[in-house]
Design a protein around this ligand. Structure first.
Ligand code: AMP
Ligand code: ZN
Ligand code: MN
Length: 862
């Protein structure tokens, strides 16, 4: 072969190689892109609010929780109502706004507050002032409820700009100065600011002077701040800055200037307005507001208008932030889109499919906006919804063009800005549209849409990150709200559907059909990994503002407090091993339940340090293994009961109003003393209350006899029956009953106790076989095995000390092992697991004595 040919071949080969590398790259990229469809944009886009650790107003459908100063104040009351009302009645009439001193040319210096210590200094400075001026800037496009991006505070000496994104979680530091009735806060047009401050920081303004209200009282030709700035200070502002993106950091200099100006001159303007108010003659130009006259009748004329401006200002600060509540998500928007369309096109041109699509999309938009913390407008414009409902496009390309065209229409109405592409929410969830516009229309029940997309996006296998803003959507309380609204407004769906949806939500969240070990991680606030856990535990902390999300997938949270105990077994990585989501018995991976190896009737009475707070004695088992383990445990409980001569159930209780033995007035009797088993009593009372009138007379009498036994044989009233329902119940059970009845009595007592996430209540066994039971803490339910458990544990501790309890635990592990012969227990699991300490020599479970105990399989690596 000639050299020339050789070169040709070489060149061809290298060309081919290059081409194939290029092609391969291209394919790889395409494949990557394909994989990205359906992957949420939030996984790669960081928004400033994601750094917030405390979010007071989340995007759930449940109502906003206002600050509560004491436990029994109503949640719907303004926490400072009495202070503000006091100001309304006896307003401050002499102000020292700035005493004429005013830096009319704004100096170059201002203070930028972007960390906690600077914020504390500011609070210190403000606490010494008689008055300061305030303004806030909001961001609302890329947030569902909007958030405060900047607070401008001016004293006579200084302008402060509080970077409320940087110090978001510390803003509580400013609460006291804002609530201090001796410090006057000057705002201009505080209507929104007052509410925004509550929403984001639980900051409540007490003692407000609103210069816009003063303008009203003075009947000024205009009430805008721009007008006042021009009139009194000779400065012009460009209010277009209002619409800038105030999240930007660093803030451009012109925006800083604008922001400072909004607060800087307010004290001076307030002073000018007050002196004008003092000059006004009563009955002249004040716009009439009758409610004022009674209070101000005995006031000096000179102060009438000052009083009135003050009164209107303070009345403003009594407003409370609330989340808008709809019967179903997106309902208002859908109605307004449909009626606007009717106006434009006439009823004949609007078919029912159009309306269905609009409702469907509005519901989806509402949910997606909440989940991704975006405004409705950002997710999908009204016009895009109309365009989609008119065309009902079915391919993703068509869907995208239809949305863009809708958006172009929106934009061209407002300004001449460039056409918008479908939002990132739409783009990363395009498959939702193809589904909604085809099969989704059959789901014309908003609650079904809600459930479907909740599950799809933020359920355990959801496509979108869980955050402080959206986890509340998964919670039961938000479901309860929608249930209540559903039944009240009767919007298209029945109670049954609501119940079904709520159950599905429950199953989705708590059932073990989804992985129990979600491999969610909990980190201590110093960054050390504490344990792996499920989402439920994670949400429990998040819901109580005790943790922040630090990683989305797989989820990880960081505790915001120093945990009481670090893993007791330093160096034992059992608890921080990633565990498999399979049945420890047979390895079944499709379904499983959490199983407590030590029955909780005993465990809850263990001394705190012996309770297994972590996962050693809670394992996953499939339904079949669960049944086996459970029935073995129940059998063993009976054995324990006879071995210790401690019955499983409290047998007799009697009402003892006279010689009350405990708080509830119930005492436990000797067998011979009469009385009745608490379970029997409850069943009888329940039957009488529910079905009494429709029952055969004889049965009715029998049941009454049962109840009478409790009341010492006397005649019983309806009230007695009601009370009988509560006999033997623990406070927790009573609360649950109240809740079930819709009497959410004790909302306040749902305190932030660490153990409340767990439910240690026993199931009520309908076959009591206990006997006498004499002492019992009133916290304990008499309806389950709790009293038995307590007596057993008390006995163990008394007779054998803590080793007795440890040995007892081992017995239960042994029962479990013998019942299901687990083959998939995690490495490190062991019947003799004892925490730190070894067992006493007498223990049959002491490895030295192992031969004497029945054999059990060694722990198998999981
Ligand atoms: P201001 O009371 O002028 O300081 O405005 C406070 C915040 O209200 C701004 O940061 C905006 O988020 C919002 N805002 C006020 N007026 C408008 C407007 N015309 N358009 C959009 N947002 C506005
Ligand atoms: Zn998403
Ligand atoms: Mn402003």
């Amino acid at each position: 072969m000639e050299n020339k040919d050789k070169i040709k071949i070489a060149v061809t080969i290298s060309c081919l190689a290059v081409v194939s590398i290029l092609l391969a790259n291209k394919f790889r990229k395409q494949r990557k892109r394909k994989q990205n469809i359906g992957s949420c944009y939030l996984k790669s886009e960081a928004k400033p609010q994601h750094n917030f650790k405390r979010v007071l107003a989340n995007n759930s459908y449940s109502p906003f929780k206002h600050l509560k100063l004491d436990d029994d104040s109503s949640p719907d009351l303004h926490p400072y109502e009495s202070e503000i009302k006091a100001l309304l009645e006896k307003p401050e009439l002499e102000f020292e706004f700035c005493n004429g001193t005013m830096d009319m040319d704004m100096s170059d210096t201002y203070v930028w507050i972007d960390n906690e210590s600077k914020l504390k200094e500011l609070a210190q400075v403000l606490s010494k002032e008689k008055v300061f001026a305030v303004d806030t800037e909001q961001h609302s496009l890329r947030s569902f409820l909007g958030f405060t991006a900047l607070i401008q505070i001016s004293t006579r000496e200084e302008d402060y700009l509080v970077d409320t994104i940087a110090v978001h979680d510390s803003m509580g530091i400013l609460c006291p100065v804002f609530a201090n009735p001796n410090i006057c806060k000057v705002f201009h047009g505080a209507d929104n600011d007052v509410i925004w401050l509550q929403r984001d920081f639980h900051i409540y303004v007490v003692n407000l002077f609103d210069t816009a209200k003063a303008c009203d009282v003075l009947s000024k030709p205009q009430r805008s701040l721009a007008y006042l700035l021009e009139t009194y200070c000779g400065v012009t502002t460009n209010k277009l800055y209002q619409r800038e993106d105030w999240r930007q950091r660093p803030l451009p200099i012109d925006m800083i200037e604008y922001a400072r100006m909004d607060a800087h001159y307010l004290l001076y303007i307030a002073e000018c307005l007050v002196s004008e108010l003092k000059l006004q003659k009563n009955g002249m130009s004040c716009s009439k507001d009758n409610s004022a006259s009674e209070n101000s009748a005995n006031l000096d004329d000179k102060f009438y208008f000052v009083f009135e401006a003050n009164r209107r200002s303070n009345a403003l600060s009594l407003q409370l932030f609330t989340k808008e509540q709809e019967a179903s998500p997106g309902q208002y928007a859908a109605s307004s889109i449909i009626s606007r369309h009717l106006n434009d096109h006439g009823a004949s041109n609007i078919n029912s499919q159009f309306q269905d699509v609009v409702r469907c999309l509005c519901c989806w938009r509402d949910l997606m906006a909440r989940m991704h913390d975006e405004s409705l407008k950002y997710v999908l414009s009204d016009n895009a919804i109309v365009a989609l409902a008119e065309k009902v496009p079915l391919t993703t390309t068509d869907i995208c063009t239809t949305i863009s065209q809708g958006d172009i229409e929106t934009e061209s109405l407002n300004s001449n800005s460039t056409p918008r592409f479908p939002s990132s929410v739409v783009l990363s969830h395009l498959d939702d549209f193809t589904y909604l516009l085809q099969d989704g229309l059959k789901l014309n029940n908003p609650d079904d849409i809600l459930q479907l997309f909740l599950k799809k996006h933020i359920g355990p296998h959801g496509s979108c990150p869980l955050s402080l803003y959206n986890y509340g959507l998964l919670s039961k309380s938000s479901m309860k709200v929608s249930k209540r609204l559903v039944s009240k407004n009767g919007y298209k769906f029945s109670k049954q559907v609501a119940r079904k949806a709520s159950r599905e939500l429950f199953v989705q969240k708590f059932s073990c059909k989804s992985p129990v070990y979600h491999n969610c991680r909990i980190y201590a606030n110093d960054g050390r990994l504490l344990c792996y856990c499920d989402r439920r535990k994670l949400e429990w902390y998040l819901q109580r503002d005790l943790a922040k999300v630090i990683e989305e997938e797989p989820p990880a949270i960081m505790l915001l407090f120093e945990p009481k105990g670090r893993p007791e077994d330093e160096g034992n990585d059992f608890y921080i091993q990633s565990k498999k989501n399979i049945c420890v018995g047979c390895g079944e991976g499709n379904h499983y339940l959490r199983y407590r190896i030590i029955p909780s009737c005993y465990r809850i009475h263990f001394p705190e340090h012996l309770k297994s707070h972590r996962s050693h004695d809670i394992v996953l088992v499939c339904v079949d293994c669960h049944e086996k383990a459970h029935s073995a445990a129940e059998k063993y409980k009976k054995k324990v009961a006879s071995e210790f001569s401690i019955p499983l159930f409290v047998q007799k209780v009697v009402d003892s109003n006279e010689e009350s033995h405990d708080e509830s007035g119930t005492s436990f009797m000797k067998l011979a003393d009469g009385g009745v088993s608490p379970l029997e009593l409850r069943t009888a009372a329940m039957a009488l209350l529910r079905h009494g009138p429709r029952m055969p007379a004889q049965r009715c009498e029998e049941l009454k006899e049962v109840v009478k036994k409790y009341y010492g044989g006397r005649e019983i009233s309806e009230e007695d029956l009601e009370n009988a329902l509560l006999v033997g119940m623990s406070p927790h059970e009573k609360r649950r009953l109240h809740k079930k009845k819709g009497l959410s009595l004790n909302r306040n007592s749902l305190s932030c106790k660490k153990d409340e996430g767990k439910n240690d209540l026993e199931d009520v066994d309908p076959n009591p076989n206990g006997s006498v039971f004499a002492t019992c803490s009133s916290k304990l339910s008499l309806l389950g095995h709790g009293p038995h458990g307590k007596q057993v544990v008390d006995f163990l501790l008394k007779e054998h000390g803590e080793d007795g309890v440890r040995e007892f635990c081992q017995r239960w592990r042994q029962v479990f092992v013998e019942a299901i012969h687990p083959r998939f227990l995690p490495g490190g699991w062991d019947v003799t697991h004892s925490g730190r300490r070894e067992f006493g020599d007498y223990s049959v479970y002491n490895p030295a004595n192992k031969a004497s105990s029945s054999s059990y399989p060694a722990a198998v690596e999981g």
